[in-house]
Design a protein around this ligand. Structure first.
Ligand code: SF4
Length: 175
């Protein structure tokens, strides 16, 4: 089984989801806190970039990925220009995108923008890219999901207490 380092690269987030792992003690007490310079990716096969919202700080995310030099999966709910640039530059082996509760018109626009870019990206850049979509049950059913783009689509309640899979270690990277 692959060894995965799950990296919380920022605890900042513009959202306030009721089920946020960062508010649940179990999600955080298992985490090791360290500076990027102290973190070694040795012994891991891949990294997961998560937060908070990592795409608020794309330059920091780049620095972390360059430091780790391993296949990287991004967990985000905030598609933007930087995310597109990093996808094209090959920073990510995959993307896990989440449609959270309190889904706004702006969230909807960002999601459709991402899907439009994914159509082009998968055709031009990478057939092996792993795009996964998580949908909170409160999201309206009329939100258009292009299922051909996503290797997996999950629409179900989010799990309480944020259990960490056996093959993963959780780190909080400070400055
Ligand atoms: S988007 Fe993620 S990090 Fe932000 S509040 Fe929601 S669950 Fe927490």
């Amino acid at each position: 089984m692959k060894r995965t380092a799950r990296l919380i690269v920022t605890e900042a987030c513009p959202r306030s989801c009721s089920y946020c792992c960062n508010k649940q003690p179990a999600g955080i007490t298992t985490a090791k806190r360290c500076r990027l310079g102290e973190f070694s990716a040795k012994g891991f096969d891949e990294i997961v970039i998560t937060g908070g919202e990592p795409m608020l700080f794309p330059e920091r995310v780049k620095k972390i990925i360059d430091h780790c030099n391993l296949p990287t999966y991004l967990y985000t709910a905030f598609y933007n220009e930087s995310c597109w640039d990093m996808m094209r530059q090959g920073y990510f082996a995959g993307l896990s995108y989440t449609l959270h509760e309190k889904f706004s018109e702006t969230d909807h626009s960002r999601f459709q923008w991402l899907q439009a870019d994914l159509v082009m990206f998968l055709k031009m850049y990478s057939n092996n890219f792993s795009a996964r979509l998580k949908i909170h049950p409160s999201i309206p059913n009329d939100v258009i999901v292009n299922k051909a783009l996503w290797k997996r689509v999950d629409r179900r309640p989010f799990v309480d207490n944020c259990p960490l899979p056996e093959n993963e270690e959780l780190f909080i990277l400070t400055e």
